[in-house]
Design a protein around this ligand. Structure first.
Ligand code: DAH
Length: 490
């Protein structure tokens, strides 16, 4: 007999019948193990089992999307804000239908008008359907109690295609068919299940009879500690750069506009400055630039290049860096006038950047970027393309495609992208180019600088690397997902 079966029999000793939950407590076994042992005992006709029906509920893909909010909730928010809304402007018919069904809105003369019920619902923000979906999502398959209490709502959500419900029969109670005490004592005679240190030391094991060892016994899945997937990707991408001979550089997340924009020739009153919607800080509001020589060089570059007055005050504005190119600018400056015969020099960075951006499957507001720069003599556009292609090939993108692009700090500029079969979409990987000579000159570099950089999380979308539906997934910190997530493939 297996030791789990013995534990079940010990729990059943002197009992006529025992509920499954009590057996689990008394045997001290995990549920799965108790279930497995009881099924074995039942097959051997040692115990009889009473079963009951239970529904197992799982979220559909559509359901997963609704966890963060139902469409009718978003509609309610909008109508609440404005009081009424022209229904011709409402594209989401499902949202409209459910908002009506919930009596949140009335339709009056072509307008969706908020009701008293709607006003209260908008203030309360506790939409039972969403709360239930969230509970089910975080409870996983063991959500028995939640399911019991919410039968009706579960029916509704299943009809909406947000849930699937599967009926299963589970063990309700167990009754011994043979006397557990007698079985346990004859079990003792059957032999020993565990070899102890003392038996080995004293040699007593020589006289013992051992039970055969079962290697087919099912065990609980084991989840060893592992890194968060984003951290694993950061390490992985760093490794690729290091293997290509790039040296890592790092720097501040809170940055002066000077390094994020001005030193990179991004004009002060031009849309390119908002091309990356930026989080400006109120504390500190400004960061002073101590490198006065660089300030004067950058001023001259702007006033000559853009034919506009340049304000040092605007350059001092504190912000969350929008790209790690800010770091490349700092580093170019650091290398100004450096005498080093070993050119080209290659540097890379991987770091957090921030953008005031709406989330979707390929966009985050807080993300990571990598960037590489090569500084050398007589470097050409062909060198850039060659290095860039080698980099992406190392990461599994042998078919990376290039197209012309525009960035204020590179000329010529290009964009690297690939077509993702699974998403049926073009995914941009990086911007690239030769840093403008105006910039290198202003920063005191009399060599050519090649650069490329992009969003790190994007790699996770590709089936060649991880194949995620969305780069938001790793940031939800769903422990079940983090444990069972796919590995990096390349
Ligand atoms: N920093 C740019 C961005 O965040 C991307 C980029 C473009 C990086 C061109 C580069 C480059 O290194 O050369 O959108």
């Amino acid at each position: 007999m297996h030791e789990y079966e013995i534990k079940i029999l010990q729990a059943l000793k002197g009992k006529k019948e025992l509920g499954f939950d009590d057996i689990v407590v008394m045997s001290g076994l995990p549920k799965d193990s108790a279930m497995w042992a009881i099924e074995n005992l039942s097959q051997a006709k040692v115990v009889g089992v009473k079963r009951k029906g239970a529904s197992e509920v799982a979220l559909t893909q559509e359901g997963e999307k609704y966890v963060d909010g139902f469409p009718e909730e978003r509609l309610l928010k909008e109508v609440f804000k404005s009081g009424k809304l022209d229904i011709r402007g409402i594209k989401d018919q499902i949202a409209l239908a459910w908002a009506k069904k919930n009596a949140w809105i009335m339709i009056d003369g072509g307008m969706a008008v908020i009701t008293q019920v709607g006003k209260e619902a908008a203030k309360e923000r506790e939409y039972p359907a969403r709360i239930l979906l969230q509970k089910l999502a975080s409870a996983g398959p063991g959500a028995g109690a939640v399911v019991q209490k919410n039968q009706q709502l579960i029916g509704v959500l299943a009809k909406r295609g947000l849930l699937t419900v599967r009926e299963r029969s589970v063990i309700d109670s167990v009754a011994p068919l043979q006397d557990p005490a007698r079985l346990l004592s004859s079990e003792k005679e059957a032999g020993i299940g565990t070899l102890t240190r003392d038996m080995i030391k004293s040699g007593a094991w020589r006289k013992e009879r051992f039970r055969p060892y079962s290697i087919n016994a099912p065990v609980e899945p084991l989840y060893p500690a592992r890194l968060h997937p984003v951290r694993e990707f950061i390490n992985y991408v760093r490794q690729q750069w290091l293997e290509m001979g790039f040296v890592e550089i790092a720097g501040p997340i809170i940055e002066a506009a000077f390094w994020n924009f001005d030193a990179l020739f991004s004009p002060q009153d031009h849309p390119t400055r908002e091309m990356q919607d930026t989080f400006f800080l109120s504390n500190p509001r400004q960061i002073s630039i101590t490198d006065m020589e660089a300030v004067e060089e950058v001023r001259a570059m702007h006033e000559l290049g853009w034919k506009e007055k340049w304000s040092e005050n605007l350059a001092k504005e504190a912000l969350l860096r929008t790209h790690v190119t800010a770091l490349s600018a700092r580093y170019m400056r650091k290398l100004a006038n450096a005498v080093n015969e070993n050119y080209p020099q290659k540097f890379f960075s991987v770091g957090s950047v921030f953008r005031n951006e709406n989330l979707d499957y390929k966009h985050l507001a807080e993300l990571h970027q990598y960037e590489g720069i090569i500084i050398g003599n007589n470097l050409t556009f062909a060198n850039l393309i060659d290095s860039l292609k080698k980099f992406y090939a190392k990461l599994g993108f042998e078919d990376v495609k290039l197209r012309p692009s525009y960035f204020p700090f590179t000329e010529p500029s290009l964009e690297a992208y690939y077509y993702d079969e699974e998403h049926g979409d073009t995914i941009e990987l990086a911007g690239a180019g030769i840093i403008r000579p105006e910039i290198t000159k202003a920063l005191g570099i009399n060599r050519t600088v090649l650069a490329w950089g992009g969003g790190l999380e994007r790699f996770m979308l590709s089936a060649r690397m991880m194949g995620l539906d969305s780069i938001v997934t790793p940031y939800k910190n769903n422990v079940g997902w983090l444990r069972s997530r796919p590995n990096i493939k390349v």
